[in-house]
Write a protein that binds this ligand. Sequence first.
Ligand code: SF4
Length: 336
Amino acid sequence: MLERTPDYFEQFHCLAGRCPKSCCTGWEVVIDGETAAFYGTVPGPLGEELRASLRTEDGERCFALSHGRCPFLDGRGLCRIYTELGEEHLSGTCRLHPRFAEEYGPLREISLAASCPAAAELLLSSRETLTFPARRTPEPEEAGDPWLAPLLALRGRMLELLGDRARPLASRLSAVALLAEEAQPLLDQDRAEGLASLPEEPVSRPAPDAPALFPGGFRFLRTLELLEEDWPPLLTAAESAGAPACPDWALERIFAYFLFRYVLKTVNDGDLLGRVRLCMFSTLTVRRLSACVPLGEALYRYCREIEHSEENLEALTQALRGEESQIPLAREIETV
Ligand code: SF4
């Protein structure tokens, strides 16, 4: 099997007690069956606490949060299960976070969720074009979806266009958006093989009267499921803050991160355009939020609120999909 990750993947280290927005706060962590069974056998006071904290919600076991925190997070921000029982006894979710794997038959792609402050910092720690090296694993290859190869090639082309630093960033972003617009009808007609022969990018400029993305975009975000209490105040502040200056290399890397995470998921439902627009909207929103907080913080707070809610991702993708999109992107792209 082929396994692909972003080039900074191996450099990841959890910030543990130094983490400004720990994954052990705000979210209830799912405890897999094997780990829950082990917790049933742990002796002493910690074992009793583990068993008392386990709840079943929507058919899944998790720890009930205590004042918004995992009950096993100690006063120094360290995990007591990790320190007292060892890393091997964390649930699968805790052990893997912020690594998220997607399997596509012969290909596995693993990203580092930028909702993790350490992962966001790593993404923004280099000015180079982001790359995604692949390596072979000894696992047997499974057959892939027939759309996988053409979509991989198309995403490769998008990343190439994005990484062409001889051009202004706005022109590169527009080129990727237009490529997705051209590709979508082919997918709608189940002609994915035609993706390879799409013409060189067309250039189109938004009409001068094209609607602005913000502040309407922030108002739309307000209608979504709320995960963290400090999110609406950040949206309010960003609404009146205007567009900040943001380095091109950073926006390029953020957009590449989102493209890597979402474009291939098109094999599941054929919605390429909604996903590419989701990646664009996310990048442009993070940029705007960085008028109020540092860019890395803007990135992890956006990702915590949006990427960790299937409901929010779906609502945004729906709103961005199709010609009648409620969320206009073109004019904002021109301002980067
Ligand atoms: S969010 Fe990231 S850095 Fe923070 S505690 Fe979790 S894994 Fe560690």
